[in-house]
Design a protein around this ligand. Structure first.
Ligand code: HEM
Length: 523
């Protein structure tokens, strides 16, 4: 940057437009020279310099990829920003990538995780860490989240969150048409924040206030106080992280884009400071709790006490990972809980509601299962044991995810050269697998276009098929157990209390996979 500034100081201002023009033309010529002489070219749409095929992906990525598959076949390429991505769309092509091998050739998820350095996410937490850092963080994350004490507490929080939402719905009255996608997003945010910190995010109450505010003041100032800013920053997380993942620093800092980058950075660092404050307060709270008095088994308390004399994690640490976690490390893990656990759960729940409205026979069977396990009591205290009995509900959730996969695509980078589909790719190639396409493969699923939850019943052989709702391999979703608890409990409470109808039965699910304004329409 300094060199660039020094060069500029020698330039006559009148010559600047011509210099910029020559620079731009040189870049475009260089980009297309590299593009047309690339190794192992695959079919695929022609990219734009800097942006690649970014503009094609403005809607639902899974649908864009499905359309590209129809045109180019099961293996093709596109450009994410200036980086080439090889897209793989059948089980034979992805099986090597999805093997559950530790430190596999496909450990890395993004091509330039170092771009996340500016946000403090590179070599931290789980998603953007190197292998050793990942092992440490993932071990604590995954073991915390499946510990019986945590799951028990999570069920309590989910039920309390639903009851709170229920009170607002009652106050809104029977004739009020609910935007379920908005409510679910807020409800999942509330329950995820409570299970992580034991402190409310006030996401539900704020939404209720905004909906009922006659003066429109709250609507206009929706992000202005602490909880509003928190909700807004969490809602923008995917966008912020995605912006850094896709666009290298020279694009992010390009005049014009730099203003947008600064806006995203501001939100991110506000959130970081806010979360660090919560973590420090929790640390102080633990220190002030007398020995012998039990600590609440939320995720922060577990992280903060790992490898300390107050360890409440039922000894999830081992001889190799003896360090306690720093506030910074805990911050990134908390951020990843929100990145992984809010939109996924809320959208899955909405998609199920959509499919149940269209498949009354399935809904009838589901309601029967709810009736049986609860004895018909809509106010029953929900427990993990009760949720484990919901086999058909689990089958419905999986089948909805098969036909409408909530995280439809996933990325991997190879460490060593690899041969896939007879083509050898150099190390560092970016691959994208479409989980949605794999879930529709005719050779694996009988009549894949048909919605049939029975295929996921334990007695059905299709239940053993490779299934990617939670991904696969060493990076398979560590939150899957919690996710199933939350979604099952939510559906149980919703359908035991309400008869849910869609406003518009003809409206398809309106979904944009990127994390940006994800919505399920018609509810
Ligand atoms: C219905 C809900 C959920 C779905 C469908 C889902 C799906 C996924 C998928 C597909 C992956 C990528 C796996 C791969 O690349 O092979 C993933 C990763 C991840 N998920 Fe989830 N997830 C859900 C809920 C959660 C929850 C509740 C949490 C945390 C509380 C969570 C945290 C994570 C994390 C941290 C990763 C990254 C793992 C790694 O890179 O090692 N997810 N999830």
């Amino acid at each position: 940057m300094k060199l660039f500034a020094r060069l500029l100081s020698h330039v006559n201002l009148q010559e600047l437009p011509s210099i910029l023009m020559v620079g731009a033309i040189t870049y475009v010529v260089y980009f297309y020279y590299k593009y047309f002489t690339r190794k192992n070219p695959l079919p695929g749409p022609i990219p734009l310099p800097l942006f690649g095929n970014f503009f094609m992906f403005s809607g639902d990525n899974a649908i864009v990829i499905k359309n590209l598959q129809a045109k180019y076949g099961d293996i093709f390429e596109f450009y994410r920003g200036p980086n080439r991505v090889v897209c793989l769309l059948n089980e034979d092509l992805v099986k090597e990538m999805m093997k559950p091998t530790l430190n596999s050739n496909f450990f890395q998820l993004t091509s330039h995780p170092d771009e996340l350095k500016e946000l403090g996410l590179f070599k931290a937490g789980i998603i953007y860490n190197d292998y050793d850092g990942w092992v440490y963080n993932r071990r604590f994350f995954a073991k915390t989240i499946i510990s019986p004490a945590f799951c028990k507490q999570a069920v309590v929080s989910v039920q309390a969150g639903f009851e709170e939402m229920n009170r607002y719905w009652d106050q809104l009255g029977e004739d009020f048409v609910l935007d379920l996608a908005d409510w679910m997003k807020r409800y999942f945010m509330e329950t995820i924040v409570i299970t992580t910190t034991s402190k409310p995010a006030n996401a539900l109450v704020r939404y209720y206030e905004i909906l009922t505010d006659k003066s429109n003041k709250k609507k206009a100032n929706k992000g202005s106080d602490e909880s509003g800013l928190f909700i807004d920053a969490v809602n923008s997380l995917f966008l912020i992280v995605g912006w850094y993942e896709v666009f290298p620093s020279y694009v992010r800092n390009f005049p014009g884009f730099n203003i947008y980058t600064a806006k995203l950075r501001k939100k991110f660092f506000w959130l970081r400071d806010n979360i660090l404050k919560t973590i420090r307060a929790k640390r102080a709270e633990i220190d002030a709790t007398p020995e012998g008095q039990p600590l609440v088994p939320d995720m922060l308390t577990m992280f903060l006490t790992i490898n300390t004399p107050r360890d409440i994690t039922e000894r999830i640490a081992d001889d190799l990972h003896t360090k306690s976690m720093s506030d910074e490390q805990i911050f990134v893990n908390y951020l990843e809980v929100m990145l992984g656990g809010i939109d996924t759960g809320s959208n899955t729940s909405c998609f199920v509601v959509h499919y149940l409205a269209h498949y009354p026979e399935v809904k009838k069977k589901l309601l029967k299962e709810f009736e049986t396990v609860t004895g018909g009591n809509p106010d029953i205290k929900i427990t993990v044991d009760l949720l484990n009995k919901l086999e058909y509900t689990e089958a419905v959730i999986k089948e909805v995810n098969r036909v409408f996969t909530v995280v439809p695509i996933g990325n991997r980078i190879n460490r060593d050269p690899v041969t896939i589909g007879g083509i050898t790719f150099p190390s560092g190639t970016s691959f994208t697998a479409s989980r949605q396409a794999l879930h529709m493969q005719k050779s694996l699923w009988s009549k894949p276009e048909e919605f049939n939850p029975d295929r996921f019943l334990k007695s059905n052989p299709e239940n053993k098929n490779p299934f990617y709702m939670f991904g696969a391999g060493e990076r398979k979703c560590p939150g899957r157990n919690l996710a199933m608890i939350e979604v099952k409990a939510t559906l149980l409470m919703l359908y035991m209390k309400y008869d849910v109808e869609l406003v518009d039965m003809n409206a398809p699910i309106n979904y944009q996979f990127i994390g940006r304004g994800q919505k399920s329409a018609g509810m």
